[in-house]
Write a protein that binds this ligand. Structure first.
Ligand code: PLP
Length: 457
């Protein structure tokens, strides 16, 4: 493909005629035509017109090791020739799946010795729900079926994933959430913390969980699920008091805690798993994306001691699985990706070098006249666009929603060589963990230039 000339107009015509995109307004897309991405190298992407962009979003929060990793491609190629597929239902297994399960047991927090594989984060969360239900059956408490998650969360697009998710726009398009799925508010200090210190707000937001548990009856609640730092909801970094208090509440009522690490896992927050940085001791960890750096689809659930002991020692079937659970080529991609991450010390670099650099440079954007607040953790960052800045986080003035300033800003970014995501008027980045400090500077300079363009509109 490198060096190949592309007929962009023809590709856009075919795209518009035949391709239904995820999460897309197809009427609007028909007007503009899709941008055709054709190549990636390191932290850069090129489109079919030869324009280069710096990828501030790691594809979709997943290309953690960056583009163009021939070691991953070679590992997949070798595995496809040796054994492209065999299932691991019943009594068979395959070499990359076994090795990956063992590798993950070594990287995960203590007590996580077992992995179940899926092909996506949505399936991982579905699996976590089904594991939680099965756990409580095996423990003789089958009435524990209620699942609690948070509003504005994104946990995937399957029926259970979208039910776990707290996005009104998704629920509005069908009979969602499924019965038994309940939501509490997200720990967004910017949105809900007026009049409180951050620490006070963290405790107050965690106690929404206790209120919900008491409303439902603790004996009916199976699990609470949340991302250590909510990603697609807008890089919502909870106050330090939040997760320890959630942990206390889950422990008090015996409720399983599920960490959705689909974004936070594999180094995003400067540790292999986000829960390690947040004072969480989850029972289940859902993962996907960064495990293969997105080169091949793979997800899964890591089961902690409590659940694994029940599933294994209490015996009986767990009637759940996917044809591609433990797909040999996907597991080979993951092993090669994790080797790169370890050889290049990417997680450590996020903790000690690139994460702090991003924090300093991104945080400085708060001085821009259009920015109310800017924050980051590891290699994930978010800023709020405001009409009028305030002295505190809570007395700035937001833009009217209908102006869609975030989308305008995003379009400037896209046209000027940097990919940033808009969640309403919150602009977020989550670049590849392989991005170096000079590239972070380049990304921030472009962002600043595009904030100027947005201000001038
Ligand atoms: N969970 C979280 C936190 C996510 O961000 C996503 C996807 O963005 C998912 C689950 C769903 O993963 P997938 O798109 O691989 O099904």
């Amino acid at each position: 493909q490198a060096g190949e000339a592309f007929d962009t107009a023809e590709l856009q015509r075919l795209d518009s005629a035949h391709y239904l995109h995820p999460f897309t307004d197809h009427g609007a897309l028909r007007e503009t035509g899709a941008r055709v991405m054709v190549r990636g190298e390191g932290v850069y992407l090129w489109d079919s017109e030869g324009r280069r962009v710096i990828d501030g979003m790691s594809g979709l929060w997943c290309v953690n090791a960056g583009y163009g990793r021939s070691a991953i491609a070679d590992a997949v190629h070798r595995q496809l020739l040796a054994l492209p597929f065999y299932n691991s239902f019943f009594n068979t297994t395959n070499v990359p799946a076994v090795r990956l399960a063992a590798k993950l047991a070594g990287l995960a927090p203590p007590g996580f010795q077992h992995a179940f594989f899926t092909s996506s984060g949505s399936e991982a969360n579905d699996t976590a729900v089904r594991m939680a239900w099965r756990y409580w059956q095996l423990m003789g408490q089958p009435q524990r079926q209620a699942i609690i998650s948070r509003r504005n969360a994104y946990h995937g697009s399957t029926i259970a994933g979208a039910s776990l998710g707290g996005m009104d726009a998704m629920h509005a398009q069908g009979a969602l959430p499924l019965p038994g799925f309940h939501h509490i508010g997200q720990p967004s200090y910017a949105e809900h913390g007026r009049g409180m210190s951050e620490a006070e707000f963290g405790l107050a937001a965690a106690r929404w969980l206790e209120d919900k548990i008491l409303e439902l009856g603790p004996e009916r609640v199976a699990a609470f699920i949340g991302e250590p730092v909510q990603g697609a909801g807008g890089v919502v970094i909870p106050p330090a008091t939040y997760w320890p208090e959630i942990q206390r509440i889950c422990d008090r009522y015996g409720i399983l805690l599920v960490a959705d690490e689909v974004i936070c896992g594999f180094g995003r927050l400067g540790a292999w798993f986000g829960c390690e940085t947040m004072g969480m001791r989850p029972d289940l960890i859902a993962f996907a994306k960064g495990v293969t750096s997105g080169y091949v689809p793979l997800g899964g659930v890591l089961a902690g001691e409590r659940v694994a002991a029940a599933l294994i020692d209490k015996g009986g079937d767990f009637n759940h699985g996917f044809t591609y659970s433990g797909h040999p080529a996907a597991c080979a991609a993951a092993l090669a990706n994790l080797r790169i991450m370890q050889d290049e010390r990417l997680v450590e670099r996020v903790a000690k070098e690139t994460g702090p650099h991003l924090k300093a440079r991104f945080g400085a954007l708060a001085a821009h006249p259009l920015v109310g607040h800017a924050e980051s953790i590891g290699m994930a960052a978010g800023l709020d666009l405001v009409r009028r800045k305030g002295a505190t986080l809570h007395d700035g003035e937001p833009f009217a929603r209908a102006l869609a300033v975030g989308m305008l800003c995003r379009a400037h970014m896209f046209d000027n060589g940097v990919i940033m995501r808009a969640v309403g008027d919150r602009m977020i980045v989550a670049p590849p963990l392989s991005m170096n400090c000079a590239q972070i500077d380049e990304m921030i300079d472009r962002i600043r230039y595009c904030l100027d363009l947005t201000l001038a509109d």
